[in-house]
Design a protein around this ligand. Sequence first.
Ligand code: 5AD
Ligand code: FES
Length: 352
Amino acid sequence: MDKGIFETVEALCREHSLSHGEYKSLIEGYSPELAAYVAARAVTVRRGIYGNSVFVRGLIEISNYCKNDCLYCGIRRGNKNAERYRLTEEDILECADEGYGLGFRTFVLQGGEDAYYTDAVLCRVISGIKSRHPDCAVTLSLGERGCESYRALREAGADRYLLRHETANREHYARLHPPEMSFENRISCLYTLRELGYQVGCGFMVGSPYQTADDLASDLCFIEKFKPEMCGIGPFIPHHDTPLCDFPAGTLELTCFLLSIIRLIHPPVLLPATTALGTIDPRGRERGILAGANVVMPNLSPVSVRKKYELYDNKICTGEESAQCRGCLDARMESVGYKIVVDRGDAPGFEI
Ligand code: 5AD
Ligand code: FES
């Protein structure tokens, strides 16, 4: 191994900070040996904070209607082949009730940007979940909304918000999104969410079309600066009905390498081994945990809609019942020496 790179990793472990150029050289210096070294350091750091606990989040995919037209995403409004659905308030509460019985203490409501879910509707759903299950956290992943909307949802009881920044490079952002979507607004939403007291998650796809090592270095610099409580990263996977269908998928190796680096940049970060990682490799989620991730997010959506929430091709777990996914993940985590815990799994400093 090149000694320079080795020293860069040591500096990262010590300082939790590198320059843009150093991040870039780490990424360009990828080798299986370097990745194994960084993963070992990341696992030690994660173990010091979280032991062998893995947090679990029940993902409820509330709607695949979306007003946006992101070029990579299977539920973009321009995809006329997508079969659209939305869950009712009662459906969502039922999913949460089922999840509670399965040991979930965080529910993630995720969906496209669907105008049906006004603040009034969402506030009812959020306070409904919180009053039935006061020991649970509610996470929202519903895209860009206004400050007053974020405030109302927070006041109704939402604890966390996931909004991937997608890429920290403005020009790259413009190649992945239609002109009406703005990088500035995306980033400004993240800072607004933070000011409102949410635990905030950003994130990006690995191997997205046109992505360079420079872009990834910018993502890492952004994470170093923003210090998100959560960070969602998973491989880009092409969807057959999108303009970017012919681009190759991101790799397991690079995704795991980046998970390790992010753990070292911001040790307490809640870092999921994503469904996309499980989709490109049958043991992808286990590999993610072994690289430094500490969260898994099984699907709690009704089986009848799962295939329709198709952001990318061949998504896993679309035929399984919630209880099956829960049991499956328990076994998968145990197979690599980790244990899923029944806990809200708040970011340090946000515990109740
Ligand atoms: N491949 C991988 N991830 C995708 N997402 C959307 N489309 C794809 C795709 N084709 C991710 C985006 C979004 C999150 C909900 O899913 O990063 O923020
Ligand atoms: Fe869904 Fe394994 S996590 S079947």
